[in-house]
Write a protein that binds this ligand. Structure first.
Ligand SMILES: Nc1ncnc2c1ncn2[C@@H]1O[C@H](COP(=O)(O)OP(=O)(O)OP(=O)(O)O)[C@@H](O)[C@H]1O
Length: 567
């Protein structure tokens, strides 16, 4: 049986599901069919309803109307345990393993193999875990403690855990957001293996190229409604491995390992969207040639997208941020660079290279052991964020949800949080000027296209991407002289991504010095006037815009040569 046979029965499906939270209609009459052996992407802008949909499949939410079907039969999932028992597992972006337990103990949590007297059989657990990792084609030691595993490895432990309980459906909610390029390649290798073994994978990502690389079908949501469910065609007309539930290996590059950036897994000749009886397939792909990235963006956003990297040329002014020989023992060493007024400097490197740590030290969240930081020629005090802010520095942190928001507080109040320090200008005689607060929040909500019901709603009710936008707004509202943004568009949909880039470009044109930490290479190359690269806690290169290419940046990021040491 292959997934594209019209009479195939989906392993898991939604039919006509609607779900509201108060006045917000998060899902409206949505249907989705997930087949064995397919990687199926779920696309949509922030707040489109993707998380609500997967939570419905995972038994977290009960639909208001509509049905969940397992193997074609309607089921009622009373909670996550019901979904797990039915073979549906969810892998979240940042898994929550028990740090003090071993990898094997985490895999078999609650289901440890036991010996006759009821004692846990650790050796059996290790052997079984090793067999699962071998099945996935990955190299992980079952005996090592979970503490200290990279996020990528933690995800693999979660996947092994799902397999150990015979999961047939794996739902992955933005699993790649915090992974390096090679970790993504390894995860995709695992997903291919799982598909060959007959699993169905539902995959969420805001990175469109990943959807096209990994998936055979994409379902798009807009404002809670289904736009289309399209097969993804292969533009080169190459024949990708046809996989059913049989486990037959049908072609190249489809198992284990860490392939490069190739390895497209799309079905051959899948013009249009003549999938298994999907009513919403009607829209198809233009010209019957398979969906393109532009088509997908149009489906998500409802219009053509403006330029993604609208970088304007701006005169570069005096040095605004001057970081000299900054060292934090064991974290980063001898880091020196400048950012000038009007300039966007990209800070590239692999996850773990020390970029965020430098940003935190510059802003004063962490102390430095040696070196100095000047803003407009004035020295900052070590470990004093309030002094950094008073000097005109702003830091939009990477981990925005944890570091940047008070979840129970309103959207409006969160946007204005920095005003509590007196920086934002809405504190008058010790009282918040509520009208100014509201108008500022509204202004930023519109500029960043935040999707919300009321500004007085708790920020915790927003979708993940919209929460990210509120943190951005909060810091941009301080009108900084120097803005440090850490992964400014991670988790943000493609439409707003262009808007964030336009905003950064405009800030630079207004004279703000922008230091942009980003793992998104096209973003760095598209937006930065100059690119700094870090590798293992040191600056390894400084590359002017004209000389910056994927190759030159990656070479410096992986320590394979430098292109001129940063001064
Ligand atoms: N528990 C909740 N209470 C109130 N509103 C909610 C709740 N959960 C989701 N919503 C709303 O439902 C809508 C859909 O949110 P959802 O999280 O499903 O979006 P998403 O597509 O996953 O977005 P993102 O890409 O930002 O993660 C949003 O308007 C959101 O604010």
């Amino acid at each position: 049986m292959t997934r594209s046979e019209p009479d195939a029965v989906p392993v898991l499906a939604l039919e006509g599901v609607s779900k509201s939270f108060g006045a917000v209609r998060a899902l409206r009459d949505v249907s989705l069919r997930l087949y064995a052996g397919e990687a199926h992407a779920l696309a949509g802008e922030n707040g489109a309803g993707k998380s609500t949909l997967i939570k419905t499949l995972a038994g977290v939410h009960r639909p208001d109307t509509g049905t969940v079907l397992l193997d074609g039969r309607p089921v009622v999932l009373h909670g996550p345990a019901d979904a797990r028992d039915a073979g549906v597992a969810v892998i979240y972006q940042e898994p929550t393993l028990f740090p003090d337990l071993s990898v094997a103990e985490n895999v078999f949590m609650g289901r440890q193999p036991r010996r006759s007297l009821g004692r846990v059989d650790h050796r059996a657990a290790r052997t079984a875990a090793a067999a699962l990792f071998a099945r996935l084609g990955v190299d992980l030691d079952p005996q090592q403690p979970a503490r200290g595993l990279s996020i990528a490895d933690q995800q693999l432990v979660e996947i092994a855990k799902a397999l150990s309980s015979d999961a047939r459906v794996l739902i992955m909610d933005e699993p790649t957001a915090a992974l390096t390029g090679s970790e993504v390649a390894r995860l995709f290798g695992v997903v291919r293996t799982l598909r060959e073994q007959g699993a169905a994978v539902l995959f969420i990502s805001h990175r469109l190229e990943e959807i096209f690389r990994l998936c055979q079908r994409v379902t798009t949501l807009r404002d809670g409604a289904l736009v289309a469910s399209d097969l993804l065609g292969d533009p080169q007309g190459r024949r990708a491995p046809e996989s059913g539930g049989s486990g037959a290996s049908g072609g190249s590059g489809s198992t284990g390992g860490s392939g490069g950036s190739g390895g497209s897994d799309r079905p051959a000749g899948s013009g249009g969207a003549a999938g298994p009886a999907d009513a919403a397939d009607g829209a198809g792909a233009p010209g019957g040639r398979g969906l393109t990235e532009d088509d997908l963006v149009r489906r998500m956003v409802g219009r053509d997208l403006d330029e993604l990297y609208p970088k304007q040329d701006t005169p570069i002014g005096e040095v605004a941020l001057d970081v000299r020989q900054l060292t934090r023992e064991g974290v980063f060493t001898d880091v020196s660079f400048t950012v000038r007024h009007g300039e966007i400097v990209g800070l590239a490197g692999l996850v773990g290279a020390g970029r965020s740590e430098v940003a935190r030290a510059v802003f004063g969240v962490d102390r430095w052991d040696a070196g100095s930081v000047h803003v407009d020629g004035r020295p900052l005090t070590n470990g004093a964020p309030s002094i950094a802010m008073a000097a005109g520095l702003a830091l939009v942190p990477e981990d925005r949800r944890a570091q940047g928001l008070v979840m129970g507080m309103s959207i409006e109040r969160n946007v204005n949080l920095t005003a509590l320090t007196g920086l934002g200008g809405t504190v008058r005689g010790g009282l918040m000027d509520r009208r100014a607060e509201r108008s500022r929040a509204l202004d930023w909500a519109v500029r960043l296209q935040v999707k919300y019901a009321a500004l007085a709603d708790a920020v915790g009710t927003l979708s993940g991407g919209n929460q990210q936008k509120v943190v951005l707004a909060k810091w941009l509202a301080t009108t900084p002289k120097v803005l440090i943004v850490d992964e400014p568009t991670r988790g943000i949909d493609v439409g707003t991504k262009a808007e964030v880039h336009r905003l950064l470009s405009r800030l630079a044109a207004d004279g703000v010095a922008v230091l942009m930490i980003s793992s998104d290479l096209p973003e760095v190359l598209g937006m930065a006037d100059r690119v700094l690269v870090m590798h293992e806690g040191r600056l390894t290169a400084e590359i002017p815009r004209a000389g910056a290419t994927e190759e030159s940046v990656m070479a410096a990021a992986t320590g394979r040569g430098t292109t001129g040491r940063a001064a």
